[in-house]
Structures are given as C-alpha cells and as structure tokens.
Design a protein around this ligand. Structure first.
Ligand code: MG
Length: 155
C-alpha cells in the first residue's frame, strides 16, 4: 500500500441493513447485529472516530427512531443517521459497494459482495496473498488510527 502520512479527520459511514445488522428482506424490522462489524464500530468509537449510520432508512423519521432504539439495544451511542455523503466522509462500509481504484475505474476486488459467495471471496483473498487483517490494518493506517487486530472469524 502506498505510504500516506496525512491523517485525515472525518467520519466513517456504516450501512445498516446487511452490514451492521442482519438483513432478511423485511424493511419493517432491523435484524440482529453482525458482531464483527459491531465490534469494529465500537472500537472506532473508543478510538475517538466519528461513525455515522449511512442508510436509505434515514429519510424516514419513524425509521430513524427505530434505528436509535436498535443502537441503544446493541450498546452503541446515539450515532448520526444519514443518507448524505459529504467531503468529510473518509470511508464507507456497505454490503452493496463495489470499490474502484481512484481515477481508474478499476475494481479493487471481484464484486462477490452480495453475501452469496463468501467462499469465492475468501479464495480471492488467498489468491491475492494478503489477509483481510493486513488489508484492514493498511486501511486503518490511511485513516490515522490504530490498526485493527481482530482476525477475521474464518477463512
Ligand atoms: Mg445494505
């Protein structure tokens, strides 16, 4: 990874359905927390980072109230809830995102990102010769925080 010395401040966007909470196709309900993601968010907050819930649900006040209750129930503070990106957003974690390399249109990893082929995703990481842990430590460095030390659950 390229050496970057600047430590940008700013907020990390975290999608709700399918990213921080299990999504089972029912928008009237918010699923169980996805623990690796929940723990990551708690660590960011403990390290003083700003995290915003980035969700299409943000347009609806009743949904926002439902999210605030859910956040309390899973032990998170009252995080901002938004569907708006701005120039201070330094990262977006989202189960639908396909990451491209800046200014190239090149896709970073094969987009096995709909949760339907986690095995192929793991094979992709192995083929790349880098662990998710190493990759995330690099991302964390770019964002100016402590490297993530929790290894992925499996694979
Ligand atoms: Mg989602």
């Amino acid at each position: 990874m390229e050496q970057v010395t600047a430590k940008p401040q700013g907020w990390i966007g975290v999608d709700l359905d399918g990213t921080l909470a299990e999504y089972i196709g029912d928008m009237s309900y918010i699923g169980k927390p996805i623990l690796p993601m929940l723990n990551r968010v708690k660590k960011w907050i403990a390290n003083g980072r700003e995290v915003r819930i980035f969700t299409a649900r943000a347009g609806d006040e009743a949904s926002c109230e439902q999210i605030r209750i859910w956040l309390r129930n899973v032990g998170l503070p009252e995080l901002p809830i938004t569907n708006k990106k701005d120039f201070s957003m330094v990262a977006l974690w989202d189960d639908r995102a396909v990451q491209v390399i800046c200014n190239t249109g090149e896709v970073v990893m094969p987009p096995y990102n709909r949760g339907d082929n986690i095995q192929k995703t793991r094979e992709g990481w192995r083929a790349a010769g880098v662990s998710q842990e190493q990759f995330l430590a690099g991302v964390d460095q770019l964002l100016g925080g402590e490297p993530e030390r929790t290894p992925p659950a499996a694979g």
